[in-house]
Design a protein around this ligand. Sequence first.
Ligand code: BES
Ligand code: MN
Ligand code: ZN
Length: 493
Amino acid sequence: MNIILSNADPVKLKTACLVVPVASQKKLTGCTAELDAAASGAIRDILKQGDLENKLGASVMLQQLPGIAAKRVLLLSCGDKAVDAQGFDKLADAMAKALDNPAIKDAASCMTEVDVTDRNPDWKARSLSQALVANGYRFDLHKSSKAEKAHLTKLTIHNGDRKLNKAMETGIARGIAIANGMQTARDLGNMAPNVCTPTYLAKHARDLKKTHKSLKVSVLNEAQMEKLNMGALLSVSAGSEEPATLISMEYKGGKPGQKPVVLVGKGITFDTGGISIKPSAGMDEMKFDMCGAASVFGVMRSVAELGLPINVVGVVAAAENMPGGKATKPGDIVTSMSGKTVEILNTDAEGRLVLCDALTYISKYKPDVVIDIATLTGAVIIALGHHTTGMMSNTDELADELYQAGADAGDRCWRLPIWQDYQNQLASNFADLPNIGGRAAGSITAGCFLSRFAEDYKWAHLDIAGVAWKQGGAKGATGRPVPLLMEFILKRC
Ligand code: BES
Ligand code: MN
Ligand code: ZN
């Protein structure tokens, strides 16, 4: 997608479709008013007829208005309330959907004229760009007849103030890079689990390094993990023919010596539950159990594309959870890399087992903060539904930073407590701790388990089981929480 800025008069813009906002049906302003004047009041007449619903995101496509160079004009309603950031994101999405038309190969947009509470023009340029690229997403890797490519290939964003060009260009670059990161996350998530294995994820990391020389990639195999005493991680892949991999991607854009942001992704490429096997209905969805890892790959891509001045390390703990003759059994006790012993009471609580060793391993990067991202518990869907990521942290400042990043990126998370009362649910008669803490507060006790391996640094955990993919007709990975994590990183740059 080619997205450019233009300071030209919108009346004279030659394009297949010009998108303009209607903030008030009674009084037109800005570009919309200029177009209306050039077209001798044609827009006002159409509004008077009642063709445009007074609802945020409603639109009407006008053809061949007199006096206007654009072939079409799309009127996009802002509704009758002040537009906030979430509202503008909705408008951007509505614009992208309305422009998805085989006849429209290029378009221009005056939507940055909309007043948005607490948001400047570069943010608006970013929102429009991100929505446009994200809406062009297709996944046809496994189909023999390929989906049609997105028709739209070029968008011109109108900017009435040249002084803002530079900031808005940055906004556009960020929007495109975030959408590209989401694309990576969605592609990996949507891939069939017989293709997207731990070995495949390691190859993906090496491929990412080929495109982005700024990345350093290393992959540990099972023998190397054994040497590091990663008994918890290896207990998960024990029942599978697919060997586990531990993938590290280092991006150094910050000052030498600057402590990195470390992201750790759960990369269970398929979760059968192991010996504590899951029911078969809907089990195919457990291919999405690597969406935490996928978001780490997505963020590494976005960060490298933008060349951000910050140090980021992405680590992916990849394994397949299968039953088998060598599989871990309920009651087995394993020793983690930290030295802590874990009684595995349920082999379906495997995410925390791969993550705990990864959390110990990454201390070698001397992290500033560590964020793990995981489709960790079904319970988080009961708590927060499919709208919001569950967040837990051992540091209030980090929790606040993540909350704000989610709110600003339109990719929200909400904090859950990991108080001592919950920690007490993790009690084992036979080992240092069990891998489950009972039915009550299942997402929280999972977070508590992880916190025991993250005591030496500032840490947060994002449980994305509810937000990482959609079910039903629109089944597929969403690319979340790439926008949240990118907002977090951009704010730190
Ligand atoms: N990958 C699942 C979590 C999950 C379940 C995500 C459903 C999305 C939808 C995880 O490995 C798991 O199986 N968790 C168990 C934990 C339990 C055994 C304590 C769960 O949530 O049931
Ligand atoms: Mn599981
Ligand atoms: Zn799982």
